[in-house]
Design a protein around this ligand. Sequence first.
Ligand code: ADP
Length: 277
Amino acid sequence: MTKDTNGRDAVSVRDLTFSYDGETDVLKGISFDIPQGSYTAVIGHNGSGKSTLAKLLIGLLAAKSGTIRILGQELNEETVYDIRNRTGIVFQNPDNQFIGSTVADDIAFGLENRCIPQNEMQGLIETAAAQVGMTKFLESEPTKLSGGQKQRVAIAGILAVAPDIIIFDESTSMLDPRGKKAINEEIRRLHEERDITILSITHDMEEVAQSDNVLVLRDGTIAMTGTPREVFSRERELKEMDLDVPFAWKITEELMKLGLADHPALNLEEAAEELCR
Ligand code: ADP
């Protein structure tokens, strides 16, 4: 893959095969590397194996064969807890992740697990709640929140901890476009400030356009890897997997060909502004 911040890989997967029933392989001997400090989007049609891969990477599922190295450590029964301390995951369905009786308790959970001193905790909780726009809900009961609000809290829990690697598995799927954009910007800011490696399983092609690398899964194999530009240039193959190149990207590509834009505009508004200049 392309971005190489310090030459080390945060994730290195070799010949990874996994089966739920021992018969049908849902991941079929895949290999890939994710450079430390990069932002990788994982895309693919439903059932292609994205969530299964995420669970394997944090040791919630065990591989049938192959190896996974996280931050240089091979994932196995002995290393799994150490690796989970350095890696966080936010699932699509936040209901499975709530433990605390208030939003604040819930955000605190990951910090407590990582033995953050009590006197630092409150500040970290408040900062994380503000980052996801949930300050007003700190004393609310998580189960009473809307789906989108629950997703915000789950994201806050991981942002508070700021582990070396964060895996987002469709973690903003219940948010409206504006909320999604705001949270994505916050995640991107933290990723850049703290050099956090991000793996984001997403259907949001605008988010994909902004990533460093893209990993495309198809029926348990890796169909493509590369920069967004490299992947988007294979539009016909993407279409076969029900994946659409974002319209704004196409416009910007045309503008660039005409010399009217010198950088990829990342949304339609920016592209339109370029066009009107
Ligand atoms: P994606 O995240 O790309 O939608 P998944 O990793 O969820 O794909 O699923 C990959 C394949 O594994 C699919 O065929 C799905 O039906 C199957 N699968 C997912 N979870 C389970 C499970 N708990 N038990 C059996 N099969 C599963």
